[in-house]
Design a binder for this molecule. Structure first.
Ligand SMILES: NC(=O)c1ccc[n+]([C@@H]2O[C@H](COP(=O)([O-])OP(=O)(O)OC[C@H]3O[C@@H](n4cnc5c(N)ncnc54)[C@H](OP(=O)(O)O)[C@@H]3O)[C@@H](O)[C@H]2O)c1
Length: 245
């Protein structure tokens, strides 16, 4: 087995784009663990969209990454089926549009677990399996750089992911593993499928390029970071010039 990659939330949007980019540049004996939460139909549609050759390289794993126990089972499956990891892309994330005054502790906890706590422990559990020169890449958000009005808890978790990225650099130093993050602005994915035209128009006015980014823009950047030998502890914005004018 050659390069082993792990992508959480890899059956939709940005995660799927990264999986497809890695597959497009993969060798015959590379393997990629693609995780999703619950949308089996979407996961199977993704798998069947791949060539037969690429399907052989994908290990599709349903595991709810808001759950510590489900994460441990996922890690166990990786241990049994691959034994090592080269590239880890922690991408799964969720948000809420609930107002702060309407927050419940349960909702807060689910988002913090999915976006921050479980990723922290996923990385901790996989670290002993990671190879010399490996890569860890987190999906942060520009909402963790600048406080958007829309989701307080989401921004807080993403800001923490950016700080985690920098904090983990020294933990991975002995094996020469790099840790980086991407902080996207607004990217056109199923995440935004219920957004109204009025909302698109309002946001596009604030972006210098006056449009949402494409999945490919982020997937290309992710691949660039994964194959770069010297980037370490970097949080890279990609937002088309959001709030710059
Ligand atoms: N789109 C944007 O504008 C944008 C901007 C900045 C940052 N981001 C970040 O980019 C990442 C991906 O976003 P996206 O727009 O590509 O989202 P998306 O199209 O909604 O896809 C989300 C993916 O994550 C999976 N997922 C959700 N909750 C999960 C859980 N508890 N356990 C395991 N997998 C889970 C989903 O699986 P199911 O299909 O089974 O639910 C799906 O595969 C997120 O971390 C998000 O915060 C997105």
């Amino acid at each position: 087995m050659n390069r082993v990659s792990v992508v959480t939330g890899g059956t939709s949007g940005i995660g799927r784009g990264i999986v497809e980019k890695i597959l497009a540049n993969s060798a015959e004996d590379d393997r990629i663990f693609v995780n999703y939460a619950s949308n089996r139909e979407r996961a199977e549609e993704f798998l069947h969209s791949l060539s037969e050759e690429d399907q052989q390289k994908v290990i599709l794993v349903q595991a709810d990454m808001s759950s510590y126990e489900a994460m441990l089972s996922f890690v166990q499956e990786i241990r049994e089926k691959a034994g090592h990891v080269d590239w880890l892309i922690s991408n799964a994330g969720i948000s809420t549009y609930a107002k702060y005054e309407d927050y419940t502790f349960e909702e807060w906890t689910k988002i913090v677990n999915t976006n921050l706590s479980v990723p922290v422990f996923l990385v901790k559990e996989l670290r002993p399996m990671m190879m010399e020169g490996g890569k860890v890449l987190f999906m942060g958000s520009y909402a963790g750089v600048q406080a958007y009005s829309s989701s307080l808890v989401y921004g807080v978790t993403k800001a923490a992911i950016h700080f985690l990225t920098k904090s983990l650099v020294k933990e991975f130093e002995p094996k020469g593993i790099t840790v980086n993050a991407i902080a996207p602005g607004f990217i056109q994915t199923p995440w935004h499928e219920s957004r109204s035209q009025e909302s698109y128009d309002r946001i596009n006015k604030k972006i210098a390029l006056h449009r949402f980014g494409e999945i490919k823009d982020v997937a290309d950047l992710a691949y660039c970071i994964l194959t770069n030998g010297y980037m370490n502890g970097s949080v890279v914005d990609i937002h088309g010039g959001y709030d710059y004018f």
